[in-house]
Design a protein around this ligand. Structure first.
Ligand code: AMP
Ligand code: MG
Length: 431
């Protein structure tokens, strides 16, 4: 483990320096692995490359209902009644999905075929039903009449074996987070279990004598505990198992005990509150007993201060997030989420960043990264535009609800004028 995060001292850190130090924590570590069945895999991260044991689809097959035939055919003749050309083909059998036709189809003959059914030997082209007319009522030797044969192209309406995934090809790579489409793809390969990193167990606390659990009566000096529940949602969205350890009073001894116990059962511990200047003192000695801790001032808004370190003999990573509910969410998204993803084996993850134009001037300050809550949309020409949700106080959680992104204004920008280009991070934890 890198110790650099404890050597950073009291100076103001840039967002990038802080992120580098945090990600340094994951260097050299590899996730604990487990094998899980398909139905339990959503949100898990693959720890192995998955190679396809079969061609998908297995057989070259029909993409439409109609007839399968070798094209071109000699059976095209013109008919006197309307002077048009038709192809007259004898129908020698049928190939249905799940029940193929296992003989070779002779030249100038066809088989009826349904979507997904294997193409019989001797055929290469499917002509859709809409282009066919029954031409003979002779039940012994049924035949069809193909209208407008000049429009038929050899090989049309056919799906090739292996066109989705080839046998032996790497279908999914280690480090992939599994969503619905990945589960479908694995299933289409016939794979029913894969190796993934064990879900990270993350313990969360709220701290503060004023902080009150929802459902309880609100004391005169109280405030309801928002942070434990926004953290719960953020963690669940990235496949984490949450250990909810409730609310800690502002007491050093309670903190020591709770942190020690949490470090024994969790892979990471996150608290909120109690790291402001003046209140940090009771966290510092508590952590001195059970681990090592860096208190950081990070050049960003909202979000400072932030504590980061490790707990106990297990060296469990610890985040002391700020208390204000917006600051909790912003610091989680910028710092906690990347480390969790890295620890789960998702190595190349970065937040999605889109470029948009500011609808109005935006407030920011030179020397720090400003994360504003924003609403983005695209105009008729496809240009993205973004505006601030208004009041940006770090306790104004309704501004997170109104937003669909964070606008990220770099430390080098003192101001943003209407029409200027800005970067935004869409909210990906919803949905
Ligand atoms: P602190 O860093 O403990 O001084 O907290 C900063 C601000 O965040 C204070 O106004 C706290 O009341 C508030 N706060 C702390 N924890 C929570 C929480 N779990 N839910 C909502 N607000 C909180
Ligand atoms: Mg507090």
């Amino acid at each position: 483990m890198s110790l650099s995060c404890f050597d950073l001292g009291e100076r103001m850190l840039s967002v990038d320096e802080a992120l580098d130090a945090i990600l340094g924590f994951a260097a050299g570590s590899s996730p604990v692995q487990q094998t899980l069945p398909l139905a339990d895999l959503r949100g898990c991260v693959l720890t192995e490359d998955v190679t396809s044991p079969i061609d998908v689809p297995q057989n070259t097959n029909a993409a439409m209902d109609g007839i399968a035939v070798a094209w071109p055919t000699d059976a095209v003749t013109s008919v006197k009644e309307d002077d048009a050309e038709y192809a007259f083909l004898e129908v020698v059998g049928e190939s249905l999905a799940g029940h193929g036709y296992h003989e070779t189809v002779p030249a100038n003959a066809a088989v009826r075929i349904t979507t997904g059914a294997p193409m019989p030997a001797g055929t290469d082209t499917v002509i859709m039903s809409e282009q066919l007319e029954a031409s003979s009522s002779d039940d012994e030797r049924p035949s069809v009449r193909v209208t407008r044969p000049e429009t038929v192209k050899t090989g049309q309406n056919v799906r090739q074996a292996g066109e989705d995934v080839r046998r032996g090809a790497v279908a999914l790579t280690a480090g992939t987070r599994l969503a619905a489409e990945h589960l479908g793809l694995l299933a289409s390969l016939g794979i029913d279990r894969v190796r993934v990193s064990r879900r990270l167990r993350v313990a969360i606390f709220s701290t503060g004598d004023e902080v009150t659990a929802p459902g309880e009566a609100l004391p005169a000096d109280g405030i309801y505990d928002a942070n434990r529940f926004s953290l719960h949602g953020l963690l669940a969205a990235i496949g984490v198992e949450v250990i909810d350890l409730g609310i800690l009073a502002d007491s050093e001894q309670g903190m020591v005990t709770a942190l020690r116990e949490a470090a024994e059962s969790a892979d990471m511990v996150i608290t909120s509150g109690g790291v402001s200047v003046g209140q940090a003192d009771w966290i510092k000695p508590a952590l001195a007993e059970t681990g090592a801790l860096g208190f950081w001032r990070i050049a960003m808004r909202p979000g400072r201060p932030l504590a980061f370190g490790r707990l106990g003999a297990e060296r469990v990573p610890f985040f002391g997030l700020p208390g204000n509910p917006v600051a909790v969410m912003v610091t989680f998204l910028q710092f906690v989420q990347p480390l969790i993803r890295r620890l789960q084996g998702e190595h190349d993850w970065q937040p999605l960043r889109l470029r948009a134009r500011a609808e109005d001037a935006l407030k920011s300050r030179n020397g720090r990264v400003d994360f504003l809550r924003g609403v983005y949309h695209s105009d008729e020409s496809g240009q993205l535009w973004v505006r601030s949700t208004g009041h940006q106080g770090s306790g104004i959680l309704s501004s997170m609800v109104a937003a669909n992104c964070l606008i990220e204004i770099p430390a080098s920008d003192a101001s943003v004028e209407a029409g200027d280009a800005v970067l935004l991070q869409p909210f990906m934890h919803r949905g």
